[in-house]
Design a protein around this ligand. Sequence first.
Ligand SMILES: [Fe+2]
Length: 289
Amino acid sequence: MGELVLAAKITHVPSIWLSLQPGKHFGIRRPAELALSEVGRRARERGADTFLIADTHWMNSIGFHLNGKERHSGSYASHELPHFIHDLEYDYPGNPELAELARQEIVAGGQKGLVHTYRDLGLEYATLVPMYFMNPDSNIRVLPIGCNVYSSIEENRRIGEALMRAIRHSDNKVAFLASGSLSHAFPDNEVAESLLNDVSSEINRKVDMAVLDMWTTGRAAEFIDMLPDYNRRCSGEGAMADTAMLFGMLGWRDYKGSGEQLCPYFGSTGTGQVVVDFAVPGHDTMASR
Ligand SMILES: [Fe+2]
């Protein structure tokens, strides 16, 4: 029987990639780099064989999609920000079997689930940037699920539950990554570059801080009750589908665990970013918190 061994909300902002490059931005996201590496270390320590990643940059408009390729390899340039991320070569094993199990459970739950293996369906940077730090030797399999930008929080709760059933029916030890922002109010173009290290509004920053407090003190029900409004008012990235899937997997309002914040909250071109490792129910780390 398969097992969820890690569940984390993670950042993937391109400025983390910039932070690795020589020049004026070198090192600006060092705490986030270290936090992503730490999530990878914990995944390996807990025996994870697969990263299942809710990728908010694989934006779907109809249905729920999994990239079930046997092998993900290629070279990536961001269409959104080509000057930030380009020539990123990657090569990771995939997990077609878990993709198919996830599809079956999504369909069994009454939703539209599809698995694809198209040659030209590559990975997006909400997968690639974290994988660079977490999976440097490409030993852990990679399975992205897209985020439907027109889906509701409730739909994504059910997707999270379906993913959890699929993991239990598999032979895999899975680390789930919700790869997306907290608040995500992208600034106007004319001021965007001046907000490289800032959040767009003080209101968004304060709401993000309140959310982090709920996560780290085990107040899941309080957070879940405000999640649809949080998504709407704070311009959720990818409809906050990644976060709803994460909590759907963990038990939704009944989740009694808490998150461990692995880097300071930071603003990045107007958006709120963080890395938080959530205790997984029934797993050893839950008891050690
Ligand atoms: Fe993003």
